[in-house]
Design a protein around this ligand. Structure first.
Ligand code: ATP
Length: 575
């Protein structure tokens, strides 16, 4: 397929946030896509080269893209930079320079294909070693020289992460169904397949080549991560028992969620966002290997423990995740793995089995392996749930997760199969909010030397796939954090408001929405200064007295708290 087709659709999609139109345009594109290219087209639409678990990341710096644009347009890097400062968007600059270019390039004679674009992107993402930088610029320049303005814009947006959020898997799944059947009826089956494989390209390809029957047969496979089940929230034992009746309550551990895959001797570990993490946890591998089974997929929290065997909070556990000093950290910060779910065992998909059965099997395979299992209590009494909650909090944990004994594993969805009930202090929200930083303010007075005065934070609107602001946060950082945080944000600075951000406030600098932080606040109020949850007749939601607690590196921007969750929290607080 010609790349111009895909770039044309991106251009059109950019102009609308209406889901219906988006779906129809995308369905038309899929209809026109040959079967052997649907896989890469689906990836490119999702804004990725491969699923997260392949560990291939394209994200190039702006400087790099500027050099490629300069090379092709015959302008100096300085001229490109000056234009970028004017347009505020490197994609727009690429478009202007391509349009202004004399169309004499030989390669313009042959149409750029989607496959060629994908292949070059792939090489750019994977080349390493001496000389690779120059080669990467050449590969990018090769694409640009064969592009018109619209194509050049799409290419630059993609490589610099401007398309990072892509179109969103839910819309892609709808569009696949519409392309083949004329309506969205096949979405549930396609979505299930996606949740089981975390691979939108694979699902698209299988669906187009073998049809829906093959999609329905997809089962979990070791080393292909399953999208995680998520918990709803309630704020009392009474509400939990009313909702679930007899249920299992478990301690909620504040560690790092891991999905462990084992087949024979091979073990792989994936993060909550499906990144490969095996190399980070050499001390857990042996324990996972010793579980009593041939093959399995199970989930748990990895937690650092101190000398007395007490669990340490998330911040300290996550230090382990950092690439540097893994070996030393292994020694002074021993980790335990507390398992709480079993999804697959010895060739059998367990995701549709009731929770109580999965739990029984989990206990059986973990016994004697060194992998621990979460503390649990099965009860239908409110008083027991409350007591269990209080004990957990006293033990320094976050709270509890109550589980529906008969529910299947709700991959990729936030459902009442799991309900979290978290510790909160008087006058505080029932839960913290994971927000994305979209801008920052320059420090004044005492803070000037760290550069950072505060950050503008947003939550995720799933239906529009945009980030909507909810708080301006200036407190919570200590001085050391402030300085390192500032360096991260500097890297992400953009010259104008990113298209997928909705804000009435204007920070001193906009940043690409990438960094997720956890915020605690006293309550949610209505405020005209924020856009989260705002409609024509109602103001948006705002967090009152927000404080940053921790960086959530294990969450992608799309995994941030959603506007819908904020609405639920607002309701909860009303009660
Ligand atoms: P939070 O920030 O509250 O951990 P989250 O957004 O990471 O929330 P949620 O779905 O809201 O994820 O809450 C469930 C999370 O709680 C799981 O992702 C898991 O990491 C953690 N957890 C800790 N203990 C348990 C347990 N016993 N059972 C299930 N999940 C648990």
């Amino acid at each position: 397929m010609e790349f111009s087709k895909l770039a044309g659709v991106f251009e059109k999609l950019e102009a609308t946030s209406k889901r219906l139109e988006l779906t129809d345009d995308l369905a038309e594109l899929f209809k026109a896509t040959p079967e052997n290219e649907i896989k890469i087209v689906a990836y490119l639409c999702a804004g990725v080269l491969l699923p997260e678990h392949h560990g291939v990341d394209l994200g190039l710096g702006d400087k790099f893209a500027e050099r490629a644009i300069a090379l092709v347009s015959g302008k100096s890097v300085k001229e490109v930079e000056t234009d970028y400062r004017k347009t505020g968007d490197l994609g727009d600059t690429a478009e202007r320079f391509a349009t202004g270019r004399k169309q004499t390039s030989l390669s313009r004679a042959t149409e750029l294909s989607v496959k060629k674009v994908y292949d070059n992107f792939y090489k750019i993402a994977t080349l390493t070693g001496t000389g690779s930088q120059d080669l990467k610029i050449k590969l990018l320049a090769e694409l640009l020289s064969a592009s018109d303005g619209v194509q050049a814009k799409a290419i630059i947006r993609f490589v610099t992460g401007g398309l990072r959020l892509g179109i969103g898997e839910p819309t892609i799944l709808d569009a696949l169904s519409v392309a083949r059947q004329g309506d969205k009826g096949l979405r549930p089956a396609l979505e299930r397949a996606f949740n089981m494989t975390s691979d939108i390209g694979l699902v698209a390809e299988l669906f187009f080549s073998k049809g829906i029957a093959a999609i329905e047969k997809i089962e979990p496979q070791p080393f292909s991560p399953i999208r995680p089940a998520l918990a709803e929230r309630l704020d009392s034992a009474e509400a939990i028992v009313k909702k679930l009746g007899k249920c299992a309550v478990e301690q909620k551990y504040d560690g790092l969620r891991l999905q462990c895959h084992k087949a024979g001797n091979r073990v792989e570990i994936f993060s909550r966002r499906q990144e490969p993490m095996t190399h980070m946890f050499p001390d857990l591998i042996e324990k996972i290997r010793k579980t009593r089974c041939r093959n399995a997929i199970f989930e748990g929290e990895a937690l650092a423990v101190d000398e007395a065997g007490n669990f340490l909070p998330f911040q300290q556990t996550i230090q382990r995740k950092r690439k540097h000093g893994i070996a030393e950290k292994g020694e002074d910060l021993p980790l335990v793995l507390v398992a709480f779910e079993l999804l697959y065992l010895d060739g059998k998909d367990l995701t549709n089995e009731p929770f109580h059965k999965r739990r029984e099997l989990l206990e059986r395979i973990a016994a004697g392996s060194g992998v621990e299992v979460s503390r649990t209590l099965v009860t239908d009494k409110e008083i027991d749930v409350q007591k269990f909650f209080e004990e957990s909090v006293t033990a320094g944990l976050e709270g509890i997760v109550a589980k529906d004994l008969n529910a299947p594993y709700t991959a990729g969805a936030r459902k009442f199969a799991w309900i979290k009930y978290k510790r909160s202090y008087a006058g505080h929200l029932a839960d913290s909010v994971d927000a994305v930083i979209v801008g920052y303010y320059i420090g004044k007075g005492k803070r000037t030397k760290f550069g950072l005065g505060g950050v503008l934070c947003a939550v995720f609107d799933e239906s529009e796939r945009r980030f909507k602001t909810i708080a301006k946060v200036g407190s919570g950082f200590d001085e050391k954090e402030l300085a390192s945080f500032f360096a991260v944000l500097e890297e992400l600075k953009t010259k104008k408001k990113p298209d997928n951000v909705d804000s009435v406030l204007e920070p001193d600098f906009w940043v690409k929405p990438k960094v997720v932080i956890t915020i605690v606040a006293d309550e949610i109020t209505r405020s005209p200064t924020h856009t989260a949850g705002a409609t024509e007749t109602r103001s948006g939601f705002a967090l009152r007295f927000p404080r940053i607690t921790v960086l959530r590196e294990d969450k992608k921007p799309q995994d941030a708290t959603t506007v819908k969750e904020i609405e639920d929290l607002f309701e909860l607080q009303g009660k």
